[in-house]
Structure formats: C-alpha cells, structure tokens
Design a protein. Sequence first.
Length: 278
Amino acid sequence: MSSACETCPSKSGCKSQDSCPSLEKEKRNKGNEGIKKVIGICSGKGGVGKSFVSSMLAVALSKKGYKVGIMDADVTGPSIPRSFGLHGMLVATDENRIIPAVTKGGIKAVSLNLLLDDEEAPVVWRGPVISGLVKQFWTDVDWGMLDVLLIDMPPGTGDVPLTVFQSIPVDGLVLVSTPQDLVSMIVSKARNMANMMNVGILGLVENMSYIKCPHCDEKISLFGDDDELTEAASKAGLEILDKLPLDSSATALVDSGKAEDIEGISLENTIAKIEALL
C-alpha cells in the first residue's frame, strides 16, 4: 500500500487506487514538481512509428518555445538517443540524481542507451527489472522545469505500461497506429487499458497514412480511403488528430540523428490538445 494511502481519510472505504487524489499527489511530489504535464505516447503493437511521433511532438513543442523532455521508457528497444544524435554516458549530481542529456534544440532526454557502455548490447532483463528502471527515470532524474514530459512507452499492454500508469502522474495519452491496425482490435486493447487506469486519451495519430507522389504531390492512401478509417476510429471511440505520411527523407534524418532538422511534418491538432492542458 502507498504511503499516501496510510494517512488518507477515505482509506477504509477506498476500493481502488487508480483515481485516488492522494496517490496522484504522491506521484507528482517525487522531486519532479517542476514538470507541468506528463503525456504518454503509446501503441497497441510495435513497428507503428511511436518513437518517431514522440520525437516529432517534442521537436514541434520545443520550436513553439515550450521546455520539453522525453523519457524513453521503451527499455528493450530504445531509439530516442539515435533520433537526436545523443551519445555518451549520463552523469549524476552530488545528490545522486541523473542529469538528462540535452539535444541541440534544448530537449532533455533520458534513455537506457545513455546508461550503457555499449549502445548495441541487448537488454536481457525480466519485466520487474525493466519496470524498476522506468520508475527510476521518474524518481531519480533531475528533470528540472519542464512544460511537458513526453513518455515514449513500449508497445502493448504489459508490465512497463502498467508501471507507468501506476507510478507516474500521466495527464493524457496519444495513441499511435498505422491505418491497417486502426481497423483491428489492437488499438482497442490500448484504449481499454488506458480507460481501466483512468488515463484520458487525447486522440490518435495515424502514422504512415499516405505517401506523396514525387511528380504531382498528390496524396496516395496506402490502406483504404479516409472515410473508412475515420469510421473505424469513431467506432473505437477515438478521434484521429493528425495523419503523417510515409516519408523516406524524414526516416533518413532520424537514422542520422537529425530529427530536429525534419520539416513538413504537421502535428498541429495533437499539439493543440496538449497545449489545452497547459
């Protein structure tokens, strides 16, 4: 039981800690009171470009003047450092709090890859160990003053997403999906987990939605027409906020650590949802 529960006047009649105000206050007061809002970026499965969307949201918010951080909670598949060209080992303060790495654009980032001697070493850890590390990314990192902390969560509905929801005061979620997954149960599973944990969903970003013809700039849908996909999202109780193209030039920049140099990626509606919370 949480220490917040021990002194809560409603302890005897409490049936769930998921929406407990005392527990939410305890989560926020873990040395990171300077973080205004925490937004999770999640997906029902891997390979949908969740880390790309996390990176693009961070860049867009930073360019608008917000102080932004990214917690790379996808411990077994960390990709945030590579996207921003971050290397080397993180250091700690005299109080043993980890100092985040900082991108050239001023975005703070923490990832397991910045704590390993060998970036390519496999992470062969069991779930509880991974979950413990994610908790430390919240409790033991000196994030300082941030307007928004984005959490790049691992795919699915397993141990780590559950740890994030239970240990960190997440203010909202952005789901990421590709069009072909939108019409399946995968997105619904992620939505249902968020609802079970009483975390609000801001909406959905549809990644790899289309390609642009290099000759006429016409948008070519890759999986069905827009009306079908919008209807599928509506049935799942989700709003499609933004649709991102499959863009090889953007992929090349991410692979070379230049995510902050990408142009032409619009997440206007998703950014507006986040700004409404600030």
